[in-house]
Design a binder for this molecule. Structure first.
Ligand code: URA
Length: 428
């Protein structure tokens, strides 16, 4: 095998690395035996020269094996979903219980929000008492009983990724496609799943801004899943304006419960039926249409709502104790017009600054802070009509600049413009 310096030089010059070399590099790094400067140099070489499908698969497998791989083989039909991150993306809160109600086991290991996107764990932790920090034995017990459970990433799931992600963050190498693919897939495959549905977001408020980039990410993740014997279906979905009406933590839980009880925005329900339907399709080997029909029925007959209640209770949460906001500030339209676009990134950043998100991992979150979109895309508003409402947290009413930036996030046109569907395409 080549030395580490020769391996870095080979990748720098565009040569492929052998499987043994990749495993050696990732194992050494995970054990602390590879200096940060050598991994940084290799990450930059990969940023420029890439990894082919074999190399990406081996890199992912090595990262996955750097930590615990859950053995949930006693549980049937294990399928999860991963989203590349959006604004107002509360899909997991509804999808996991809906899939469980359709006979799918959903062992979801989820993240906290960082940057402009919110995290599923932060949303669930807005429910007083909810614990996302369970032992594997308790996780498995809830999965066996309820069919779904959602926990935070533990220190022993893909630890090599944890170190490498922090290094990429400070070496301008986060945006390397094979490193993104292996980072996401190593954590998801550590759940011991048989199938995975991917929601790859594209647009102004997404990680991937263009359709070709989103397609490449989806294709890379599908290829790795297939190499590792996991069936993957990916959807590329639009992330320009917030998903649903609520952005925040407690308010997104409230919107999820409303949807589970038959309400909620229709486009959010449609996305959930599509994504969850694909999980049912994988789990039961049925058609996409049958998968969708089963999910829609679970939302309509209360089965998904009942699973959600059982999952929250099993994880210690008390839904009835979900706190209302301390107050509200209405953001009004400066003039009449049609809402032709909502800048989801601006909404997310303002909401985060008000306390709903964090700038660094150690920042606390105020669960009560949030924004409700009162005039969704396609609405006609009169001058002074509500565009959105800010929910106050412990810090009280928002400063005027937050109100101004939210008002500016709404584009008002003289004519209505059609809102394209959320699902752009399906792959895999
Ligand atoms: N999300 C991840 O988990 N890893 C990446 O590299 C990028 C986004």
């Amino acid at each position: 095998m080549r030395t580490i310096v020769e391996i870095i030089a080979a990748k720098r010059d565009g040569a492929p690395l052998s499987d043994a070399e990749i495993r050696h590099v990732v194992d050494s790094y995970a054990r602390g035996a590879l200096p940060e400067e050598q991994m940084a140099a290799l990450a930059m070489a990969i940023w420029f020269k890439g990894l082919d499908a074999r190399e990406t698969g081996t890199w992912t497998d090595a990262m996955l094996r750097s930590g615990t791989v859950l053995d949930l083989s006693a549980l049937p039909r294990r399928v999860d979903k991963h989203s590349t991150g959006g604004v107002g993306d509360k899909v997991s809160l509804i999808l996991a219980p809906a899939a469980a109600a359709c006979g799918v086991t959903v062992p979801m290991v989820s993240g906290r929000g960082l940057g402009h996107t919110g995290g599923t764990i932060d949303k669930l932790e807005a429910i007083p008492g909810f614990s996302a920090d369970l032992t594997v034995a308790r996780f498995e017990a809830i999965l066996g009983d309820v069919g779904c459970a959602i926990i935070g990433a533990t220190a022993d799931i893909a630890p090599a990724d944890k170190r490498l992600y922090a290094l990429r963050d400070v070496t301008a190498t986060v945006s390397s496609l094979p490193l993104i693919v292996s980072s996401i897939m190593s954590k998801k495959l550590a759940e011991g799943i048989e199938g995975l549905v991917l929601d790859v977001k594209v647009g102004g408020a997404a990680f991937m801004r263009t359709l070709p980039d989103a397609r490449a990410l989806a294709a890379g993740m599908i290829a790795v899943g297939e190499r590792m014997g996991v069936r993957v279906i990916a959807f590329i979905t639009r992330m320009d304006e917030p998903l649903g009406r609520m952005v925040g933590n407690a308010c997104e839980v409230a919107e999820s419960v409303a949807l589970l009880e038959g309400g909620g925005p229709p486009e959010l329900r449609e996305l959930i039926v599509t994504l969850t339907g694909a999980m049912v399709e994988i789990a039961h080997g049925v058609s996409a249409a049958e998968g969708r029909a089963r999910v829609a029925a679970s939302l309509d007959d209360g089965a998904a709502r009942s699973r959600f209640g059982r999952m929250v209770a099993a994880q210690g949460g008390d839904l009835a104790a979900l706190a209302p906001p301390a107050g509200e500030t209405v953001v009004r339209a400066p003039r009449a017009g049609w809402v032709t676009a909502i800048d989801g990134m601006a909404v997310a950043l303002t909401c985060s600054r008000l306390g709903a998100g964090r700038r660094v991992a150690s920042d606390p979150i105020d669960p009560a802070v949030g924004v409700r979109v009162d005039a969704p895309r396609g609405t006609r508003v009169t001058a002074d009509a509500p565009l959105c409402t800010i929910f106050h947290g412990d810090a009280g009413p928002p400063p005027p600049e937050a109100v101004a930036s939210l008002a500016a996030a709404f584009s008002l046109g003289a004519e209505p413009e059609p809102t394209p569907p959320l699902v752009v395409e399906r792959l895999g």
